[in-house]
Design a protein around this ligand. Structure first.
Ligand code: ZN
Length: 264
């Protein structure tokens, strides 16, 4: 009865263990895990993995940092990981469009002004194109909004996107309320067991707008430990406790929301 709307099972930390992780998710009671792609290589691997497991559902996208890979000033890059490799972003959006009938959502996509701060315009262009693909195929978008939460909300509203999940939202509670009032969903990761900001969302946002995710391998219940979809029940329990309702009632509400947004 649990769901994970955002997991990166195509990630080096899961290499060779993807099938075992999928099996543990099912054993933990997850009905569905939406596996999100980021760029050409992971997008294709997501489709292949989901073909093998009926409870894994594919969402393909272009991550906002990858979206500007060809424009990053590599000499000035100071983050503790390599900048992403450049690729033909528009060709990748066309590819996503061409396989849209196999997807449950378009994403991960969105804006990021945390890792890259000087490419907002190009990120917005890519986001708009991906939203258009999603709308043409009547699919939801799964949005990354880091340090650009309000701008992302403005863009999807302006485009008339009617189905969206804001994943790992980092904006203020008032802005999260605006997201919910616009009819969009917010998905909460298992880090909620130790992160007060997510506990506040679980308490104050309308129950019918909440979803669960893991952002695996990130955002787990234990600091620095690899996260995986089987941890969703821990997150649901923490959300239920924050809200003062039973864990089963919380899980059922989230499951209903998933059905409404993704049709499964
Ligand atoms: Zn992600």
């Amino acid at each position: 009865m649990y769901v994970d709307v955002h997991a990166h099972l195509i990630h080096p930390s899961f290499a060779g263990e993807e099938d075992a992780v999928a099996a543990r998710a099912a054993a933990a009671g997850l009905d569905f895990v939406i596996v999100n792609g980021l760029e050409p290589r992971s997008n294709r691997a997501v489709l292949e993995l989901c073909d093998r497991h009926p409870h894994l559902l594919p969402a393909l996208g272009v991550y906002p940092v990858d979206a500007v890979a060809s424009k990053i000033d590599r000499a000035a890059w100071t983050h503790p990981f390599d900048p992403p490799a450049p690729f033909d972003v528009d060709a990748e959006i066309d590819y996503i469009d061409s396989v849209a009938d196999r997807l449950v959502a378009v994403g991960e996509c969105g804006l990021d002004q945390y890792w890259v701060t000087d490419q907002a315009e190009e990120q917005e262009r890519v986001l708009r194109r991906l939203c258009e693909v999603a709308m043409r195929h009547d699919l939801p978008v799964i949005l990354h909004t880091r340090k650009a939460e309000r701008r992302t909300l403005e863009i999807v509203r302006e485009l008339g996107v009617d189905k969206a999940d804001f994943h790992c939202f980092g904006g203020k509670l008032a802005l999260a309320r605006e997201v919910a009032e616009a009819g969009y969903y917010l998905s909460i990761p298992p880090v909620v067991v130790r992160a007060e900001a997510f506990q506040r969302y679980a308490l104050h946002l309308p129950l019918e707008r909440l979803l669960t995710e893991t952002d695996s391998p990130y955002m787990g219940p234990v600091r620095d430990a690899r996260n995986e979809p089987a941890n969703v029940p821990l997150g649901v329990a923490a959300m239920a406790e924050a809200r003062g309702i039973g864990a089963d009632a919380m899980a059922e509400a989230i499951r209903d929301n998933f059905r409404r947004l993704f049709g499964r």
